[in-house]
Design a protein around this ligand. Structure first.
Ligand code: ADP
Length: 267
């Protein structure tokens, strides 16, 4: 809070009153602090894969290690993984900056969310996962229409379901569910995974926030997925949040405004 006092004087320069102005600078400072933290985070996140790559490449070019048929392929594979992670990170950053510009980046259309959601789950089920997970669907049989950008919503659900898979134990159950609540379509994705400590649940939607940095880096995450998801859901006038119990599992909730039957198309 910034407090400014001004003294008002009359023509004889006698004090006739004073004005107090209280201005809220906390918001400005917060934005500036977040911007600085963001730049520091981006630099750090890019430096980590680059320094890893440098040491592996140095080792390869040292003498004739690059000729060593046991070592060379392993070292090259590390540099490949790191390069891929950097590409993912830069793509995520580009996406965030596109969203910051808010130049109408959404292409919304009328979509049957249930059909769309089923299709996304099918895609995950088709892929073979090492962890032999079970997907349980609790979805209605009839259509539920939502005015939305399919590509963006695919990205959000892909991210949420991939997280559920990543943090699930072997043989875990992932439940995918929708229900109508207060004229909103509520989607729930629940897992039986590691969970998130209570005081950190809300922070997982912050840019670069990871509960366990070392572990999630190994899993290839950028820490930007849920931050992007939140921006996209909010651009649909919806909400995304999480509930979690450590050691028991996590549920991600997404609520989206439903199209009223008589609207026909646009909302
Ligand atoms: P990342 O790319 O690291 O997965 P996200 O933004 O998607 O980034 O998620 C942020 C963090 O939230 C993750 O690093 C992880 O610690 C935590 N998290 C997200 N989803 C889950 C989940 N289903 N179970 C446990 N932790 C989760």
């Amino acid at each position: 809070l910034r407090v400014t006092f001004s003294i008002i004087q009359d023509e004889n320069e006698d004090m006739s009153g004073f004005i107090t102005v209280l201005s809220d600078v906390t918001e400005e400072e917060k934005i500036e602090r977040e911007r600085r933290e963001f730049v520091a985070n981006v630099s750090h996140e890019l430096r980590t894969p680059l320094t890893t790559m440098r040491s592996y490449l140095e080792a390869l070019t040292d003498g004739d290690t690059w000729r060593n048929e046991d070592i060379a392929p392993k070292f090259l594979s590390v540099t490949q993984t790191e390069t891929e992670r950097m590409i993912r990170l830069v793509n995520d950053l580009l996406q965030l900056s596109k969203m910051d510009n808010k130049d109408n980046y959404l292409y919304k259309e009328k979509v049957d969310f249930i059909y769309f959601f089923n299709h996304i789950i099918d895609r995950f089920e088709m892929n073979k996962y090492e962890q032999n997970l079970e997907f349980v669907r609790k979805l209605p049989n009839n259509s539920h229409w939502v005015w939305m950008d399919k590509d963006k919503m695919t990205q959000v659900l892909d991210n949420v379901i991939s997280n559920a898979i990543k943090y699930s134990p072997n043989g875990g159950v992932i439940t995918l569910e929708t229900e109508i609540k207060d004229r909103m379509l509520l989607t729930k994705v629940s897992d039986q995974g590691v969970g998130i400590p209570k005081e950190q649940v809300e922070r997982i939607f912050d840019r670069f926030y990871r509960v366990d940095k070392a572990r999630t880096r190994k899993l290839g995450g950028t820490g930007l997925g849920l931050a992007i998801a939140r921006e996209m859901i909010e651009a649909h006038d919806g909400k995304i949040w999480a509930e979690s119990k450590e050691g028991k599992g996590t549920t991600i909730y997404i609520s989206l405004p439903m199209m009223h039957k008589k609207w026909g198309n646009a909302s």
